[in-house]
Design a protein around this ligand. Structure first.
Ligand code: GAL
Length: 423
């Protein structure tokens, strides 16, 4: 039932954006030249980066019309459900956004994507993307997407004035310090931790697991024979329960939750670095806030030295109605010019190793440094370590836990999710 409701909502949003009308709009020469680009970058902060890349595409491709098939909803929680029904019905968009890692591997294994080796050869892309990223989007020597960025998931955003008023001196470094600080904020009368819709809790969970277990134990959770039933996982889930008890009322999505921090209503929010684009971009797209004053950041508690990463990439689905147009889009997404226009506004760093580093300032220069020096861990919510089925089972378990707060039941559900993931 829920899945059906999501798909219908997604379909409505899509037709509101003008998507799906290729056939209806006359089917003539002009309609043929539309390039349907499917993403979920519609909201404040998200849309700015896409717009910058779209402008380059328009300049370079007068014969093609960019067609924005974005479906609203952070982290693609609506878009991914709709996409999967479109792919099942063999009605793909010309190109779609997919996360590098287990999520993309799912599309590859179900035979939905064309190999992009021809494009990698033509543009010499193997030389410009990090090998560990290429590995995440390849199967048996075939590469299946073009990564446009690297995002960091484990960021603690905070409001310096709210912390100061609560008597907190700087960002908490451990989970224990974090819990102490949440209590101090509560006493000061502000919201200790802002949260958004349900997916933002899975996002929070991945940072709490990493911060509680440490990097090696977290990474081991995604390997064969992983042990989700041990006492360290129990302790991590208890931490999650305690931290959640300090959350404000759930906001509609990540932007209103992040805004509570920027507006000084809440002290902390754990969110990916797309929040930086939203905080920092000029009004219209963003909030036009000043870093270190209106908002500040640190590694999420207990995770300093580890970069929990994810990467947005674009694909060439088999049977793309406008294959040439899709390839033209992939060329822009792969290019230095495209990535350097997109990422400073998106709040991410480029996937290309040869990007112009001087364009990445403030939070983004910190991000680049951390990416170069940190250990790596993969995001759950954003498609790196768990395939869609596993992620969905974790999401369901988090939803139930939000209601009943039963750690033992939650852990059992996570053990089952790992066992039945088919990964
Ligand atoms: C992620 C995506 C990011 C950003 C975020 C919030 O899944 O990779 O680019 O859009 O969701 O919507």
């Amino acid at each position: 039932m829920a899945a059906v409701a999501v798909s219908v909502a997604g379909l409505l949003t899509l037709s509101a954006c003008g998507g799906g009308d290729k056939q209806e709009s006359g089917g003539g020469q002009a309609a043929q030249k539309k390039v349907e680009v499917f993403s979920w970058w519609t909201g404040p902060g998200e849309a700015d980066g896409l717009k910058a890349m779209r402008e380059i595409f328009a300049k370079q491709n007068p014969n093609f019309e960019f067609f924005d098939a974005a479906v609203a909803g952070g982290s693609g929680d609506q878009a991914r459900a709709l996409l999967s029904s479109k792919l099942q019905a063999n009605q793909p968009p010309d190109t779609f956004q997919g996360h590098a890692g287990a999520e993309l591997q799912g599309y590859i294994k179900s035979g939905k994507l064309e190999s992009l080796n021809f494009l990698y050869d033509e543009l010499k892309l193997k030389e410009v993307f990090p090998q560990q990223l290429i590995d995440q989007i390849s199967v048996q020597g075939q590469v299946y997407s073009v990564p446009v960025n690297i995002h960091r998931s484990n960021v603690l955003w905070f409001n310096p004035s709210v912390l100061k008023k609560a008597g907190i001196d700087g960002a908490p470094k451990t989970i224990e310090e974090f819990i102490t600080d949440l209590e101090k904020v509560k006493k000061s009368g502000k919201i200790p931790l802002s949260i958004g819709s349900q997916w933002t809790l899975v996002h929070l969970l991945e940072s709490v697991l990493l911060g509680s277990l440490g990097t090696d134990a977290y990474n081991a959770l995604w390997t064969a024979n992983a042990d989700w039933s041990n006492a360290n996982v129990t302790k991590a889930l208890e931490n999650f329960k305690t931290i959640l008890s300090y959350a404000g009322s759930p906001q509609d999505d990540w932007q209103p939750a992040a805004k509570q921090v920027a507006d000084g209503e809440a002290a902390f929010n754990i969110m990916g670095d797309w929040a930086y684009g939203y905080f920092h971009n000029p009004p219209e797209g963003g909030l036009g806030k000043e870093s270190h004053k209106d908002f500040d950041w640190a590694a999420s508690p207990g995770t300093d030295g580890t970069f929990m990463w994810l990467s947005d990439s674009f694909t060439l689905p088999k049977g793309a109605p406008n294959r040439d147009g899709a390839i033209a889009w992939l060329k822009v997404a792969a290019s230095k010019e495209g990535q350097d226009a997109f990422n400073p506004l998106k709040g991410s760093i480029p996937a290309r190793k040869d990007a112009d580093q001087s364009l990445y300032k403030d939070y983004l220069s910190w991000d680049l440094e951390q990416w170069a020096s940190d250990k790596l861990a993969g995001s759950i919510q954003h498609g790196v370590v768990a395939n869609d089925q596993w992620r969905q089972a974790i999401t369901d378990a988090v939803g139930l836990f939000q209601q009943d707060k039963d750690v033992a039941k939650f852990q059992q559900a996570l053990v089952a999710a790992a066992k039945n993931s088919g990964q």
